[in-house]
Design a protein around this ligand. Sequence first.
Ligand code: ZN
Length: 348
Amino acid sequence: MIYPWQIDEWNRLQQLRAAWPHALLLHGQAGIGKLHFAQHVAQGLLCEAPQADGQPCGQCAACNWFVQGNHPDYRIVLPEALAAEAGFVAANGDEKADKADKADADDGKKTRAPSKEIRIEQVRALLDFCGVGSHRGGLRVVVLYPAEALNVAAANALLKTLEEPPAGVVFLMVSARIDRLLPTIISRCRQWPMPTPAPDAAAAWLAAQDIEDARALLAEAGGAPLAALALAHDENRALRDWTLQQLAAGRECDAFACGETLQKLPVPLVLGWLQRWLYDLLAQRTAGAPRYFPDATAALARCAQAADAGAFARFMRTVTRQRAVENHPLNARLVFEELFLGYRDLFA
Ligand SMILES: [Zn+2]
Protein backbone atom coordinates (compact mmCIF):
# COMPACT_ATOMS: atom_id res chain seq x y z
CA MET A 1 0.00 0.00 0.00
CA ILE A 2 1.12 3.53 -0.69
CA TYR A 3 0.44 6.40 1.72
CA PRO A 4 -2.91 8.13 1.26
CA TRP A 5 -1.29 11.37 0.10
CA GLN A 6 0.43 9.49 -2.73
CA ILE A 7 -2.67 8.21 -4.51
CA ASP A 8 -2.96 11.14 -6.94
CA GLU A 9 0.75 10.83 -7.66
CA TRP A 10 0.33 7.13 -8.33
CA ASN A 11 -2.44 7.75 -10.81
CA ARG A 12 -0.48 10.48 -12.57
CA LEU A 13 2.51 8.19 -12.84
CA GLN A 14 0.46 5.51 -14.57
CA GLN A 15 0.28 7.76 -17.64
CA LEU A 16 3.88 6.74 -18.22
CA ARG A 17 2.97 3.05 -18.49
CA ALA A 18 2.69 3.09 -22.27
CA ALA A 19 6.24 4.35 -22.65
CA TRP A 20 7.94 3.83 -19.31
CA PRO A 21 11.20 5.83 -19.09
CA HIS A 22 14.31 3.71 -18.51
CA ALA A 23 15.29 5.95 -15.62
CA LEU A 24 12.89 7.84 -13.40
CA LEU A 25 14.15 10.28 -10.78
CA LEU A 26 11.62 10.60 -7.96
CA HIS A 27 12.56 13.62 -5.91
CA GLY A 28 11.07 15.67 -3.12
CA GLN A 29 11.41 16.61 0.51
CA ALA A 30 12.83 14.08 2.97
CA GLY A 31 10.23 12.26 5.07
CA ILE A 32 7.32 12.10 2.62
CA GLY A 33 7.65 8.41 1.73
CA LYS A 34 9.47 8.51 -1.60
CA LEU A 35 11.36 5.25 -1.06
CA HIS A 36 8.22 3.43 -0.05
CA PHE A 37 6.50 4.81 -3.15
CA ALA A 38 9.38 3.76 -5.41
CA GLN A 39 9.29 0.22 -4.00
CA HIS A 40 5.57 0.06 -4.66
CA VAL A 41 6.12 1.27 -8.23
CA ALA A 42 8.75 -1.45 -8.61
CA GLN A 43 6.35 -4.10 -7.33
CA GLY A 44 3.68 -2.79 -9.70
CA LEU A 45 6.07 -3.11 -12.65
CA LEU A 46 7.07 -6.65 -11.68
CA CYS A 47 3.59 -7.91 -10.70
CA GLU A 48 2.33 -10.52 -13.14
CA ALA A 49 -1.35 -9.67 -12.63
CA PRO A 50 -1.48 -5.92 -11.90
CA GLN A 51 -4.79 -4.24 -11.17
CA ALA A 52 -6.39 -1.81 -13.60
CA ASP A 53 -4.79 1.18 -11.85
CA GLY A 54 -1.35 -0.42 -12.03
CA GLN A 55 -1.30 -1.46 -8.37
CA PRO A 56 0.39 -4.80 -7.70
CA CYS A 57 -2.03 -7.65 -6.99
CA GLY A 58 -0.19 -8.76 -3.86
CA GLN A 59 -0.88 -12.43 -4.61
CA CYS A 60 1.04 -13.59 -7.67
CA ALA A 61 4.41 -15.33 -7.45
CA ALA A 62 6.19 -12.10 -8.40
CA CYS A 63 4.46 -10.15 -5.61
CA ASN A 64 5.30 -12.86 -3.08
CA TRP A 65 8.97 -12.85 -4.03
CA PHE A 66 9.00 -9.08 -3.99
CA VAL A 67 7.56 -8.87 -0.49
CA GLN A 68 10.04 -11.46 0.76
CA GLY A 69 12.88 -9.47 -0.77
CA ASN A 70 14.00 -12.09 -3.27
CA HIS A 71 12.44 -11.30 -6.65
CA PRO A 72 15.20 -12.32 -9.10
CA ASP A 73 14.54 -9.34 -11.39
CA TYR A 74 14.65 -6.73 -8.64
CA ARG A 75 17.54 -4.94 -6.95
CA ILE A 76 17.55 -2.24 -4.32
CA VAL A 77 20.79 -0.34 -3.84
CA LEU A 78 21.35 1.49 -0.54
CA PRO A 79 24.40 2.72 1.33
CA GLU A 80 25.55 0.04 3.80
CA ALA A 81 24.83 2.23 6.80
CA LEU A 82 21.25 2.70 5.71
CA ALA A 83 20.79 -0.95 4.77
CA ALA A 84 21.94 -2.02 8.23
CA GLU A 85 19.71 0.52 9.91
CA ALA A 86 16.64 -0.33 7.87
CA GLY A 87 17.19 -4.07 8.30
CA PHE A 88 17.56 -4.69 4.59
CA VAL A 89 19.43 -7.94 4.11
CA ALA A 90 21.82 -8.63 1.29
CA ALA A 91 19.41 -11.28 -0.03
CA ASN A 92 19.26 -9.02 -3.02
CA GLY A 93 22.53 -9.93 -4.62
CA ASP A 94 25.37 -7.46 -4.18
CA GLU A 95 27.65 -10.49 -3.95
CA LYS A 96 30.58 -8.59 -5.39
CA ALA A 97 30.35 -5.91 -2.74
CA ASP A 98 30.19 -8.65 -0.12
CA LYS A 99 33.30 -10.24 -1.56
CA ALA A 100 35.06 -6.90 -1.59
CA ASP A 101 34.17 -6.46 2.07
CA LYS A 102 35.56 -9.89 2.89
CA ALA A 103 38.72 -9.08 0.95
CA ASP A 104 39.06 -5.95 3.06
CA ALA A 105 38.73 -8.02 6.20
CA ASP A 106 41.19 -10.65 4.94
CA ASP A 107 43.76 -7.98 4.33
CA GLY A 108 43.76 -7.51 8.08
CA LYS A 109 42.51 -3.96 7.74
CA LYS A 110 40.62 -2.43 10.59
CA THR A 111 36.91 -3.06 10.49
CA ARG A 112 35.51 0.04 8.91
CA ALA A 113 32.25 1.73 9.77
CA PRO A 114 29.38 0.96 7.36
CA SER A 115 29.63 3.32 4.41
CA LYS A 116 27.15 6.16 4.07
CA GLU A 117 27.89 6.25 0.35
CA ILE A 118 26.79 4.05 -2.51
CA ARG A 119 30.13 2.63 -3.59
CA ILE A 120 31.44 1.63 -7.00
CA GLU A 121 31.44 -2.07 -6.00
CA GLN A 122 27.70 -1.84 -5.52
CA VAL A 123 27.23 -0.23 -8.92
CA ARG A 124 29.43 -2.89 -10.57
CA ALA A 125 27.32 -5.65 -9.02
CA LEU A 126 24.30 -3.83 -10.35
CA LEU A 127 25.75 -3.69 -13.86
CA ASP A 128 26.26 -7.46 -13.74
CA PHE A 129 22.59 -7.79 -12.86
CA CYS A 130 21.66 -5.55 -15.80
CA GLY A 131 23.81 -7.66 -18.12
CA VAL A 132 21.92 -10.87 -17.38
CA GLY A 133 18.51 -11.46 -18.96
CA SER A 134 15.21 -11.33 -17.14
CA HIS A 135 14.36 -14.41 -15.07
CA ARG A 136 10.62 -14.00 -15.45
CA GLY A 137 10.57 -12.61 -18.99
CA GLY A 138 9.38 -9.18 -17.85
CA LEU A 139 11.11 -6.01 -16.77
CA ARG A 140 14.07 -5.86 -14.44
CA VAL A 141 13.76 -3.07 -11.89
CA VAL A 142 16.39 -1.25 -9.84
CA VAL A 143 15.62 1.10 -6.96
CA LEU A 144 18.53 3.30 -5.97
CA TYR A 145 18.24 5.27 -2.74
CA PRO A 146 19.25 7.92 -2.00
CA ALA A 147 20.72 8.90 -5.34
CA GLU A 148 22.74 11.68 -3.71
CA ALA A 149 24.66 8.99 -1.81
CA LEU A 150 26.35 7.82 -5.03
CA ASN A 151 29.98 8.80 -4.69
CA VAL A 152 31.70 10.25 -7.75
CA ALA A 153 33.25 6.96 -8.92
CA ALA A 154 29.95 5.13 -8.48
CA ALA A 155 27.99 7.86 -10.26
CA ASN A 156 30.41 7.77 -13.20
CA ALA A 157 30.18 3.99 -13.40
CA LEU A 158 26.40 4.21 -13.47
CA LEU A 159 26.40 6.98 -16.05
CA LYS A 160 27.40 4.71 -18.93
CA THR A 161 24.47 2.43 -18.20
CA LEU A 162 22.07 5.32 -17.98
CA GLU A 163 23.35 6.54 -21.35
CA GLU A 164 22.85 3.21 -23.05
CA PRO A 165 20.34 1.38 -20.91
CA PRO A 166 19.98 -2.38 -21.42
CA ALA A 167 16.58 -3.29 -22.85
CA GLY A 168 13.99 -4.11 -20.25
CA VAL A 169 15.81 -2.52 -17.31
CA VAL A 170 14.06 0.23 -15.38
CA PHE A 171 15.87 2.47 -12.89
CA LEU A 172 13.95 4.19 -10.12
CA MET A 173 16.27 6.75 -8.56
CA VAL A 174 15.08 8.42 -5.38
CA SER A 175 16.48 11.68 -4.05
CA ALA A 176 15.77 14.33 -1.44
CA ARG A 177 18.71 16.44 -2.65
CA ILE A 178 18.88 16.62 -6.42
CA ASP A 179 21.12 19.66 -6.00
CA ARG A 180 23.78 17.14 -4.92
CA LEU A 181 23.47 14.92 -8.00
CA LEU A 182 25.77 15.16 -10.98
CA PRO A 183 23.96 17.13 -13.70
CA THR A 184 24.87 14.35 -16.11
CA ILE A 185 22.92 11.87 -13.96
CA ILE A 186 19.90 14.16 -13.74
CA SER A 187 19.85 14.81 -17.48
CA ARG A 188 19.61 11.08 -18.21
CA CYS A 189 16.58 10.60 -15.99
CA ARG A 190 12.98 11.59 -16.38
CA GLN A 191 12.42 13.87 -13.40
CA TRP A 192 9.36 13.26 -11.30
CA PRO A 193 8.79 15.74 -8.43
CA MET A 194 6.92 14.32 -5.44
CA PRO A 195 4.89 16.92 -3.55
CA THR A 196 4.80 17.35 0.21
CA PRO A 197 1.24 16.44 1.34
CA ALA A 198 -1.25 19.13 2.32
CA PRO A 199 -1.10 19.92 6.08
CA ASP A 200 -4.63 18.62 6.74
CA ALA A 201 -3.98 15.30 5.03
CA ALA A 202 -0.67 14.89 6.82
CA ALA A 203 -2.16 15.78 10.23
CA ALA A 204 -5.07 13.39 9.71
CA TRP A 205 -2.69 10.57 8.88
CA LEU A 206 -0.56 11.28 11.96
CA ALA A 207 -3.67 11.39 14.16
CA ALA A 208 -4.61 7.97 12.77
CA GLN A 209 -1.19 6.73 13.98
CA ASP A 210 -2.16 7.84 17.53
CA ILE A 211 0.21 10.79 17.44
CA GLU A 212 -0.65 13.73 19.68
CA ASP A 213 0.63 17.21 18.80
CA ALA A 214 0.44 16.29 15.11
CA ARG A 215 0.39 19.95 14.02
CA ALA A 216 3.41 20.98 16.08
CA LEU A 217 5.41 17.95 14.99
CA LEU A 218 4.50 18.56 11.36
CA ALA A 219 5.62 22.15 11.62
CA GLU A 220 8.93 21.06 13.06
CA ALA A 221 9.32 18.46 10.33
CA GLY A 222 8.69 21.04 7.62
CA GLY A 223 5.37 19.36 6.73
CA ALA A 224 6.81 15.89 6.07
CA PRO A 225 4.58 13.31 7.82
CA LEU A 226 7.11 10.47 8.15
CA ALA A 227 9.68 12.88 9.54
CA ALA A 228 7.02 14.08 12.02
CA LEU A 229 6.31 10.48 13.01
CA ALA A 230 10.03 9.91 13.58
CA LEU A 231 10.13 13.00 15.79
CA ALA A 232 7.22 11.67 17.83
CA HIS A 233 9.16 8.48 18.52
CA ASP A 234 12.49 10.25 18.91
CA GLU A 235 14.27 8.97 22.00
CA ASN A 236 16.05 12.34 22.19
CA ARG A 237 12.88 14.36 22.33
CA ALA A 238 13.28 15.26 26.01
CA LEU A 239 16.81 16.53 25.35
CA ARG A 240 15.56 18.42 22.34
CA ASP A 241 12.92 20.15 24.46
CA TRP A 242 15.56 20.94 27.07
CA THR A 243 17.78 22.45 24.36
CA LEU A 244 14.94 24.58 23.06
CA GLN A 245 14.40 25.87 26.60
CA GLN A 246 18.08 26.81 26.73
CA LEU A 247 17.78 28.61 23.41
CA ALA A 248 14.58 30.33 24.54
CA ALA A 249 16.50 31.69 27.54
CA GLY A 250 18.55 33.87 25.15
CA ARG A 251 21.23 35.59 27.19
CA GLU A 252 20.67 33.20 30.09
CA CYS A 253 21.49 30.17 27.92
CA ASP A 254 23.94 27.99 29.87
CA ALA A 255 26.49 27.07 27.20
CA PHE A 256 28.55 24.83 29.52
CA ALA A 257 25.48 22.90 30.63
CA CYS A 258 24.65 22.45 26.93
CA GLY A 259 28.12 21.02 26.27
CA GLU A 260 27.85 18.72 29.27
CA THR A 261 24.28 17.54 28.67
CA LEU A 262 24.39 17.13 24.89
CA GLN A 263 27.92 15.77 24.41
CA LYS A 264 26.74 12.19 23.80
CA LEU A 265 24.39 13.21 21.00
CA PRO A 266 25.41 13.22 17.33
CA VAL A 267 26.66 16.67 16.34
CA PRO A 268 24.40 16.87 13.24
CA LEU A 269 21.30 16.28 15.39
CA VAL A 270 22.01 19.18 17.75
CA LEU A 271 23.14 21.44 14.90
CA GLY A 272 19.81 20.69 13.20
CA TRP A 273 17.89 21.89 16.27
CA LEU A 274 20.03 25.00 16.53
CA GLN A 275 19.72 25.78 12.86
CA ARG A 276 15.92 25.42 12.86
CA TRP A 277 15.72 27.64 15.92
CA LEU A 278 17.83 30.30 14.19
CA TYR A 279 15.73 30.00 11.06
CA ASP A 280 12.67 30.62 13.21
CA LEU A 281 14.27 33.64 14.88
CA LEU A 282 14.84 35.09 11.44
CA ALA A 283 11.32 34.18 10.29
CA GLN A 284 9.92 35.76 13.44
CA ARG A 285 11.89 38.92 12.79
CA THR A 286 11.05 39.22 9.09
CA ALA A 287 7.65 37.54 8.67
CA GLY A 288 6.32 37.70 12.22
CA ALA A 289 5.76 33.94 12.42
CA PRO A 290 8.02 30.93 13.00
CA ARG A 291 8.00 27.89 10.76
CA TYR A 292 9.38 24.99 12.80
CA PHE A 293 8.48 25.79 16.41
CA PRO A 294 5.11 27.53 16.41
CA ASP A 295 4.61 26.49 20.05
CA ALA A 296 7.58 28.65 20.99
CA THR A 297 6.32 31.81 19.29
CA ALA A 298 6.44 33.96 22.42
CA ALA A 299 10.04 33.00 23.27
CA LEU A 300 11.09 33.43 19.65
CA ALA A 301 9.54 36.89 19.50
CA ARG A 302 11.35 37.86 22.71
CA CYS A 303 14.71 36.54 21.45
CA ALA A 304 14.27 37.99 17.96
CA GLN A 305 13.76 41.42 19.46
CA ALA A 306 16.75 41.15 21.78
CA ALA A 307 19.28 39.79 19.28
CA ASP A 308 21.70 42.06 17.47
CA ALA A 309 21.05 41.85 13.71
CA GLY A 310 24.69 42.00 12.58
CA ALA A 311 25.85 39.46 15.14
CA PHE A 312 22.95 37.24 14.18
CA ALA A 313 23.97 37.12 10.51
CA ARG A 314 27.57 36.29 11.50
CA PHE A 315 26.43 33.53 13.83
CA MET A 316 24.24 31.99 11.13
CA ARG A 317 27.33 31.73 8.93
CA THR A 318 29.29 30.10 11.77
CA VAL A 319 26.61 27.44 12.20
CA THR A 320 26.44 26.81 8.46
CA ARG A 321 30.22 26.36 8.37
CA GLN A 322 30.01 23.95 11.28
CA ARG A 323 27.37 21.93 9.43
CA ALA A 324 29.76 21.48 6.52
CA VAL A 325 32.20 19.58 8.76
CA GLU A 326 29.67 17.99 11.11
CA ASN A 327 30.40 14.42 9.99
CA HIS A 328 34.06 14.69 10.82
CA PRO A 329 35.12 13.38 14.18
CA LEU A 330 34.95 16.33 16.52
CA ASN A 331 34.87 16.83 20.24
CA ALA A 332 31.12 17.28 20.50
CA ARG A 333 31.29 18.89 23.91
CA LEU A 334 33.67 21.61 22.75
CA VAL A 335 31.70 22.19 19.56
CA PHE A 336 28.48 22.62 21.52
CA GLU A 337 30.05 24.88 24.17
CA GLU A 338 31.48 27.14 21.51
CA LEU A 339 28.26 27.32 19.53
CA PHE A 340 26.04 27.97 22.54
CA LEU A 341 28.48 30.61 23.80
CA GLY A 342 28.23 32.20 20.36
CA TYR A 343 24.47 32.03 20.61
CA ARG A 344 24.47 33.71 24.03
CA ASP A 345 26.64 36.51 22.66
CA LEU A 346 23.87 37.43 20.24
CA PHE A 347 22.10 38.96 23.20
CA ALA A 348 25.09 40.73 24.70
ZN1 ZN B 1 1.17 -9.48 -8.30
